[in-house]
Design a protein around this ligand. Sequence first.
Ligand SMILES: [Zn+2]
Length: 187
Amino acid sequence: MDLKEHPLYKKHQKYLEWTRQSVPLKEFSALDKLKKIDYEFEKEPNFKILENPTQIVIHHAEIDGGNRDYYHWLHKALFGWDAVGYHFIIGNGLEGLSIDGEVEIGRELNVQGAHVRDHNHYTIGICLTGNFDNYLPSEKQMISLKKLVKELRVKFNITTKIKYHRDFDGVTKSCPGKQFPDLYDLL
Ligand SMILES: [Zn+2]
Protein backbone atom coordinates (compact mmCIF):
# COMPACT_ATOMS: atom_id res chain seq x y z
CA MET A 1 0.00 0.00 0.00
CA ASP A 2 1.25 3.46 -0.85
CA LEU A 3 2.07 5.48 2.25
CA LYS A 4 -0.40 8.13 1.19
CA GLU A 5 -3.15 5.55 1.39
CA HIS A 6 -2.29 4.74 4.98
CA PRO A 7 -5.14 5.74 7.30
CA LEU A 8 -2.76 7.51 9.66
CA TYR A 9 -1.27 9.51 6.81
CA LYS A 10 -4.67 10.40 5.36
CA LYS A 11 -5.89 11.52 8.72
CA HIS A 12 -3.16 14.12 8.81
CA GLN A 13 -3.24 15.37 5.26
CA LYS A 14 -4.49 18.65 6.59
CA TYR A 15 -1.08 19.18 8.12
CA LEU A 16 0.80 18.89 4.86
CA GLU A 17 0.78 22.64 4.38
CA TRP A 18 2.10 23.16 7.84
CA THR A 19 5.85 23.26 7.40
CA ARG A 20 6.42 26.95 7.03
CA GLN A 21 3.80 28.20 9.42
CA SER A 22 4.72 29.55 12.79
CA VAL A 23 3.03 28.33 15.92
CA PRO A 24 1.90 30.78 18.60
CA LEU A 25 3.61 30.42 21.95
CA LYS A 26 0.49 30.55 24.00
CA GLU A 27 -0.78 27.30 22.55
CA PHE A 28 1.72 25.28 24.53
CA SER A 29 1.93 24.39 28.16
CA ALA A 30 5.38 22.83 28.28
CA LEU A 31 7.60 25.76 27.43
CA ASP A 32 9.40 25.58 30.73
CA LYS A 33 10.87 22.31 29.56
CA LEU A 34 12.73 23.82 26.65
CA LYS A 35 16.01 23.72 28.48
CA LYS A 36 15.90 19.94 28.50
CA ILE A 37 16.48 19.89 24.76
CA ASP A 38 20.12 19.50 23.73
CA TYR A 39 21.54 21.87 21.17
CA GLU A 40 22.96 18.99 19.28
CA PHE A 41 22.26 19.80 15.68
CA GLU A 42 23.74 22.19 13.22
CA LYS A 43 21.56 24.98 11.97
CA GLU A 44 19.84 24.11 8.76
CA PRO A 45 18.55 27.28 7.12
CA ASN A 46 17.31 25.66 3.93
CA PHE A 47 15.76 22.37 3.10
CA LYS A 48 17.81 19.91 1.11
CA ILE A 49 16.32 17.24 -1.10
CA LEU A 50 16.09 13.74 0.33
CA GLU A 51 16.58 11.16 -2.38
CA ASN A 52 16.17 7.44 -1.91
CA PRO A 53 16.33 7.17 1.87
CA THR A 54 17.90 3.89 2.93
CA GLN A 55 17.74 4.09 6.70
CA ILE A 56 15.04 4.72 9.31
CA VAL A 57 16.15 6.29 12.59
CA ILE A 58 14.14 6.25 15.81
CA HIS A 59 14.21 9.07 18.37
CA HIS A 60 12.45 10.09 21.52
CA ALA A 61 11.56 13.67 22.36
CA GLU A 62 13.19 13.64 25.82
CA ILE A 63 10.22 15.51 27.23
CA ASP A 64 6.94 14.03 28.42
CA GLY A 65 4.45 15.85 26.25
CA GLY A 66 4.57 17.69 22.99
CA ASN A 67 3.45 17.14 19.46
CA ARG A 68 4.50 18.01 15.94
CA ASP A 69 3.51 21.68 16.18
CA TYR A 70 5.27 22.04 19.49
CA TYR A 71 8.52 20.55 18.22
CA HIS A 72 8.13 22.60 15.08
CA TRP A 73 7.96 25.76 17.13
CA LEU A 74 10.79 24.56 19.31
CA HIS A 75 13.16 23.71 16.47
CA LYS A 76 12.44 26.97 14.71
CA ALA A 77 12.75 29.13 17.78
CA LEU A 78 15.75 27.51 19.39
CA PHE A 79 17.72 26.16 16.47
CA GLY A 80 16.70 28.57 13.72
CA TRP A 81 15.64 25.72 11.47
CA ASP A 82 12.97 26.09 8.83
CA ALA A 83 10.91 23.31 10.37
CA VAL A 84 10.79 20.51 12.87
CA GLY A 85 13.72 18.15 12.35
CA TYR A 86 11.76 14.88 12.19
CA HIS A 87 9.71 13.39 9.39
CA PHE A 88 7.17 11.84 11.74
CA ILE A 89 6.09 12.38 15.32
CA ILE A 90 4.17 9.73 17.24
CA GLY A 91 2.24 11.11 20.19
CA ASN A 92 1.72 9.65 23.65
CA GLY A 93 -1.26 11.74 24.73
CA LEU A 94 0.54 13.28 27.71
CA GLU A 95 -0.25 16.86 28.76
CA GLY A 96 -3.14 16.90 26.31
CA LEU A 97 -0.84 17.87 23.48
CA SER A 98 -1.25 14.76 21.38
CA ILE A 99 -3.37 11.67 21.02
CA ASP A 100 -1.82 8.42 22.20
CA GLY A 101 -0.48 6.63 19.13
CA GLU A 102 -1.27 9.48 16.78
CA VAL A 103 1.16 9.88 13.88
CA GLU A 104 1.85 13.41 12.72
CA ILE A 105 3.74 14.39 9.63
CA GLY A 106 6.84 16.48 10.23
CA ARG A 107 9.06 17.33 7.30
CA GLU A 108 7.82 15.96 4.07
CA LEU A 109 9.61 12.90 2.84
CA ASN A 110 11.21 14.61 -0.12
CA VAL A 111 13.29 16.89 2.10
CA GLN A 112 16.08 16.01 4.47
CA GLY A 113 15.32 16.06 8.15
CA ALA A 114 17.57 17.42 10.88
CA HIS A 115 17.83 14.60 13.35
CA VAL A 116 21.20 12.83 13.03
CA ARG A 117 24.19 15.01 12.37
CA ASP A 118 26.00 14.05 9.14
CA HIS A 119 23.40 11.37 8.36
CA ASN A 120 20.35 13.35 7.33
CA HIS A 121 20.94 12.91 3.62
CA TYR A 122 19.86 9.26 3.57
CA THR A 123 17.71 8.81 6.65
CA ILE A 124 14.08 9.18 7.71
CA GLY A 125 13.62 10.44 11.26
CA ILE A 126 10.77 9.25 13.47
CA CYS A 127 10.34 10.75 16.93
CA LEU A 128 8.14 9.33 19.66
CA THR A 129 7.02 11.86 22.22
CA GLY A 130 8.04 11.01 25.76
CA ASN A 131 11.24 10.48 27.70
CA PHE A 132 12.12 6.79 27.50
CA ASP A 133 15.03 7.16 29.86
CA ASN A 134 12.29 7.18 32.50
CA TYR A 135 9.51 4.95 31.17
CA LEU A 136 8.47 2.80 28.26
CA PRO A 137 6.72 4.12 25.16
CA SER A 138 2.99 3.47 25.17
CA GLU A 139 1.51 0.39 23.56
CA LYS A 140 -0.30 2.54 21.01
CA GLN A 141 2.88 4.38 20.14
CA MET A 142 4.59 1.08 19.43
CA ILE A 143 1.71 -0.16 17.28
CA SER A 144 1.84 3.03 15.24
CA LEU A 145 5.62 2.87 14.98
CA LYS A 146 5.54 -0.67 13.65
CA LYS A 147 2.89 0.22 11.08
CA LEU A 148 4.73 3.32 9.99
CA VAL A 149 8.09 1.59 9.63
CA LYS A 150 6.47 -1.17 7.62
CA GLU A 151 4.91 1.32 5.24
CA LEU A 152 8.13 3.26 4.84
CA ARG A 153 10.05 0.08 4.09
CA VAL A 154 7.66 -0.75 1.29
CA LYS A 155 7.50 2.76 -0.11
CA PHE A 156 11.26 3.25 -0.31
CA ASN A 157 12.35 -0.37 -0.55
CA ILE A 158 14.38 0.02 2.62
CA THR A 159 16.09 -3.22 3.60
CA THR A 160 18.44 -2.08 6.37
CA LYS A 161 17.55 -2.69 9.99
CA ILE A 162 16.28 0.33 11.82
CA LYS A 163 18.76 2.34 13.83
CA TYR A 164 18.40 4.21 17.06
CA HIS A 165 19.86 7.69 17.23
CA ARG A 166 22.48 6.51 19.71
CA ASP A 167 23.78 3.92 17.23
CA PHE A 168 25.55 6.60 15.20
CA ASP A 169 29.18 7.44 15.86
CA GLY A 170 29.74 10.40 18.12
CA VAL A 171 26.26 10.42 19.65
CA THR A 172 26.46 10.56 23.42
CA LYS A 173 22.71 10.76 24.09
CA SER A 174 20.75 7.66 24.99
CA CYS A 175 18.11 8.46 22.34
CA PRO A 176 15.51 6.92 22.01
CA GLY A 177 16.01 6.34 25.73
CA LYS A 178 17.52 3.70 27.99
CA GLN A 179 14.20 1.93 28.42
CA PHE A 180 13.24 1.91 24.77
CA PRO A 181 12.72 -1.75 23.81
CA ASP A 182 15.12 -3.63 21.54
CA LEU A 183 13.21 -3.68 18.27
CA TYR A 184 16.00 -4.23 15.79
CA ASP A 185 14.61 -7.55 14.65
CA LEU A 186 10.97 -6.54 14.83
CA LEU A 187 10.99 -3.33 12.84
ZN1 LIG B 1 17.39 11.44 18.78
